[in-house]
Design a protein around this ligand. Structure first.
Ligand SMILES: [Zn+2]
Length: 129
C-alpha cells in the first residue's frame, strides 16, 4: 500500500503529538532565553520556572517586552496549539481547505501543517495564509 493520503494510525498520531509537544517546549525555551536577555536580574530566577504562556502571565513583566519576544514565534506557537487541538478532537492530519488527508511525509516535516501542499500554494497566491 502506498504510504500517502490515508488516515493516520493511533500510533502515528501519538508520535506527532510527541513531536508537537517537544517543538512547543523548544519554542518556549527560546522565548524564555530571549526574555532573559531583555529583563533585569530580579526576573531571571522567576523565568527559570516558566514553561508556557499561562505561567509567564503570572510574572509581572513589561508587556511590550513579552509581546515583542512572543510575537516573533506567535504564528508557529498558534499553529502548534491548533494542531494539538485537532489531535484531541480527532481531526488531525486533514487539510482544513479540501478535507483530504495530508501526506504523512509532509506532516513529518511540519506536523503543525494545516493544509496540503496544493491548498497551501493556492491560499498563498490569494494571500490567505
Ligand atoms: Zn487541501
Amino acid at each position: 500500500m502506498p504510504d500517502r493520503n490515508r488516515p493516520l494510525t493511533e500510533e502515528e498520531i501519538g508520535q506527532f503529538r510527541k513531536m508537537l509537544t517537544e517543538k512547543r517546549e523548544e519554542l518556549w525555551r527560546e522565548i524564555i532565553q530571549d526574555l532573559k536577555t531583555r529583563v533585569s536580574e530580579e526576573y531571571q530566577d522567576l523565568l527559570n520556572t516558566v514553561k508556557d504562556e499561562e505561567e509567564l502571565a503570572q510574572i509581572d513583566l513589561q508587556e511590550e517586552v513579552v509581546l515583542g519576544v512572543i510575537d516573533a514565534r506567535k504564528k508557529e506557537l498558534e499553529a502548534i496549539n491548533q494542531a494539538l487541538w485537532r489531535i484531541d478532537h480527532g481531526e488531525f492530519g486533514r487539510c482544513l481547505e479540501c478535507n483530504e488527508w495530508i501526506p504523512k511525509k509532509r506532516l513529518e516535516i511540519r506536523p503543525w501543517a494545516s493544509y496540503c501542499v496544493k491548498c497551501k500554494e493556492k491560499l498563498e497566491k490569494i494571500g490567505r495564509v
